[in-house]
Design a protein around this ligand. Structure first.
Ligand SMILES: Nc1ncnc2c1ncn2[C@@H]1O[C@H](COP(=O)(O)OP(=O)(O)O)[C@@H](O)[C@H]1O
Ligand SMILES: [Mg+2]
Length: 326
């Protein structure tokens, strides 16, 4: 590919800001290696755009966006995770500015961020998803907890509807822990999901492509603790086995599920589908439309197993972004 001017968007206002800064740094280095002219833009914790090369911290958001996007890039590589980055908002802003960007478009990004809405689509297409009950705006907490206890018993998983990196996700074994865990999830989302704990093997399937995405090798995740929590995701102690040690029919099935889910949401570029195999059935947990790109991250690992170096992977994502745009 010819050398391009790429602005890498990182940081942001979400709880996953630190992860995004780590992803962004890796993306800058990787694209640089490929000979692109790369400049980092950090969205500060309070939402200002800052072109790190120029280091001007503009005062108002509308003018700072254009100030930061200078020179006008051939494409923006969005290395943001979580709300206000992975959820279609930044994608919409770039659409209105007519600037190409990597990854999924507005609708797919918004759907991917919303676990409940994306699951409705997945289930509608016959994919197996965990059952859940939702608590909205702190209403009916006691009744919903009671229903979840009656339906599934403990342990129950409490999670924010639209966060990531396992932030706010807890496995609750006792009704006395519920109020605190629910409150914690509410600090990250207006909607909190309660679902049964699915014991089994956790796997994840990265995807690459636009209309006809290809699944990369499936990775099995073996966290040292109870589940794949925020710490385990980034401390290097989790075993990530690629390809997953599951029968090849199940590997194929997991890849099919991931591809179907990608197409259903209308994703583009790259994504990663999280799944759990429990009692021999594959449950689709969620689709991540901007999966992590840090040193510890799963997509680069799967790409490597498929013979694609980290910088090759980034080059592909950029190429797919431009293809989609044109
Ligand atoms: N129903 C469940 N049963 C067992 N473990 C779960 C369940 N839901 C989530 N987990 C664990 O929590 C982690 C994060 O959940 P996930 O739905 O993928 O949200 P996030 O967007 O934070 O990654 C998963 O990787 C898994 O380890
Ligand atoms: Mg996940």
């Amino acid at each position: 590919m010819e050398a391009l001017t790429v602005a890498v968007l990182m940081g942001g206002t979400s709880a996953e800001r630190a992860v995004s800064l780590a992803s962004g740094q890796m993306v800058v280095e990787g694209l640089h290696q490929k000979g692109h002219r790369v400049y980092p833009i950090e969205i500060t914790a309070d939402g200002f755009w800052r072109n790190r090369e120029k280091d001007v911290l503009a005062i108002s958001i509308p003018c700072s966006v254009m100030e930061a996007l200078d020179p006008i890039p051939d494409i923006v590589f969005i290395a943001l995770h979580g709300p206000m980055g992975e959820d279609g908002t930044v994608q919409g802003l770039l659409e209105t500015l007519s600037i190409p960007y990597t990854g999924s478009g507005v609708l797919a990004s918004a759907l991917g961020m919303d676990k409940r809405k994306s699951r409705l689509l997945f289930a509608g297409a016959g994919l197996l998803v965990p059952p859940h009950l939702m608590i909205q705006d702190h209403r009916n907490i006691a009744e919903t907890v009671q229903s979840a206890e009656n339906l599934w018993g403990y342990p129950l998983v409490v999670k924010p509807n639209d966060s990531g990196s396992s932030l706010g996700v807890t496995i609750t074994r006792d009704s006395r822990q519920m109020p605190e865990n629910i409150e914690q999830a509410f600090t990250l989302s207006q909607q909190v999901l309660l679902e049964p704990y699915l014991a089994g093997t956790e796997i994840t399937a990265p995807l690459l492509g636009n209309e006809s995405p290809k699944a990369l090798p499936v990775i099995e995740i073996v966290p040292p603790g109870e589940f794949f929590d925020y710490r385990c995701k980034y401390n290097g102690l989790t075993q990530e086995i690629c390809p997953a040690r599951i029968p090849s029919v199940q590997l194929d099935h997991a890849q099919q599920i991931a591809v179907t889910a990608f197409v259903l949401l209308g994703c583009s570029g790259f994504a990663r589908a999280d799944m759990i195999i429990s009692q021999n059935q594959i449950y689709l947990l969620e689709m991540n439309t901007i999966p992590g790109l840090t040193r510890e991250s799963l997509v680069p690992k799967a790409a490597k197993a498929a013979g694609l170096s980290f910088s090759d992977l980034l080059d592909q994502i950029v190429k797919l972004g431009l293809e989609r745009w044109h």
